[in-house]
Design a protein around this ligand. Structure first.
Ligand code: URA
Length: 407
């Protein structure tokens, strides 16, 4: 069937068959169909969404475009996926914490998409860290270290890799059918026993509000069920960056800090501990609060920090970053009166930082925002610090000031 026939079906809200979409996905994955030829289908889905049946067919075809893993040699394992947000650095702290309590995770992560950061880009801040390892090596590492963080290899849902990149280039990202099929094709191909999905909503996420997040969450639960798997959805509000740091290197350093000293008031720490407790309690079928205590202890005892070092070293990375202080900022923006932040344009902050790093092919630029929404700021406090090339500082200052409303 010609791709334009499927496009017409999507536009007219008619169902296509599994065979029809499987063929199109196969042809796009192997290059028979070009980006230009495939683009109208992505656009039609973006504008019209898909019925549950067609969404499952699309997801299944994407899942089957590559290898479907059998993780049974690892025993029970858990997978976690965030739909993406700004300063969302949970994975780098979460995987070692879980490894310390015996919950295994083979975490396949992505690159930055739109205004969000990518875990793989952050992992590569450990100079030499190999994200692109073979699945055989990944299995060995999970057995040795209890977990492993790597890129979603080209053999896992390769169709998603191509579609993900095409959506990023063409700005067709924030759509329920496209996000659900992208996330679930990878999660179902990876084959963990428990799938925890962290669905973000708010002005720093793809889903603007809880209602739309729930629609996405329910679709992903439905896709897991169609595939005889169980997914647990967690909804997290993102009306401000999750941590304080925005920018690949700065976020990687903040994840290390989560493990250095337990700070129960820190928002990123709270998110990591919450996700850890959910993953561990579902894996071992224990009470959430028991699991939470165990997870917190992995930070307090220093074990999770040591585990992250071991994981980094095992994948060829340098542990130099663990002892590094933040580099000196280019400019600090100081409060001229007592104030507080009343609104963040979180997406804008993510976009400004991603564009800056893309422009200079860097990972070290970004901002550190010292305050959260409605927190008291005293005259003279540093509200945020800028890490940018000298000639960009004024632009970045202006953009971030525009994105942070104070009262
Ligand atoms: N994460 C993904 O893997 N895919 C999306 O489309 C959005 C977030």
């Amino acid at each position: 069937m010609d791709i334009m026939d499927i496009v017409k079906k999507v536009e007219n809200h008619q169902d296509f068959s599994y065979g029809e979409i499987e063929n199109i996905i196969k042809n796009y994955t192997d290059g028979t169909l070009t980006d230009e030829q495939f683009f109208p289908l992505v656009k039609a889905i973006y504008e019209n969404n898909l019925s549950d049946k067609c969404l499952y067919f699309l997801t299944k075809a994407m899942k089957n475009s590559g290898e479907v893993l059998d993780l049974s040699p690892l025993g029970r394992s858990v997978d976690k996926h965030s739909t993406g947000g700004v300063s969302d650095t949970t994975t780098i702290a979460l995987v070692p914490m879980l490894a310390c309590v015996g919950t295994k995770m083979l975490k396949l992560s992505g690159r930055s998409l739109g205004f969000t950061g990518g875990t793989c880009d952050k992992l590569e801040c450990f100079s030499g860290y190999k994200t692109n390892i073979s699945l055989d090596d990944a299995f060995k590492l999970v057995n040795e270290n209890g977990g492993c963080m790597m890129t979603s290899t080209s053999s896992i849902a390769p169709a998603d890799k191509k579609i993900y990149a095409l959506r990023d280039r063409t700005n067709l990202v924030d759509n329920v059918s496209l996000i659900a099929s992208s996330v679930m094709s990878k999660k179902l191909a990876t084959g963990a026993d428990v799938i925890v999905l962290d669905v973000k909503y708010g002005n720093g996420a793809f889903m603007p509000d809880k209602k739309s997040a729930k629609i996405l969450g329910k679709k992903m639960e439905m896709l897991a069920k169609y595939d005889n798997k169980k997914a647990k959805v967690v909804y997290s509000k993102m009306s401000q960056p999750l941590g304080h740091n925005v920018g690949t290197l700065l976020e990687c350093m903040e994840a290390i800090n989560v493990l250095k000293k337990y700070n129960k008031k820190d928002a990123l720490t709270k998110a990591c501990v919450h996700l850890g407790a959910i993953c561990h309690s579902l894996d071992k079928k224990i009470n959430y609060f028991v699991a939470k205590r165990k997870i917190i202890n992995t930070i307090k005892s220093g074990k999770a920090l040591e585990k992250l070092k071991t994981m980094v070293k095992s994948q060829g990375g340098s542990v130099e970053l663990f002892d590094k202080q933040y580099p000196k900022s280019q400019k600090d923006i100081v409060a001229t009166k007592n104030t507080k932040i009343t609104n963040f344009d979180t997406k804008e902050i993510g976009m400004v930082v991603n564009n800056l790093n893309h422009k200079y092919n860097e990972n070290k630029y970004g901002v550190i925002i010292n305050f959260k929404l409605h927190q008291k700021i005293k005259k003279g406090d540093i509200i945020f610090s800028i890490y940018a090339p000298e000639n960009e500082v004024l632009n970045i200052e202006k953009s971030i000031k525009n994105a942070i409303k104070t009262k």
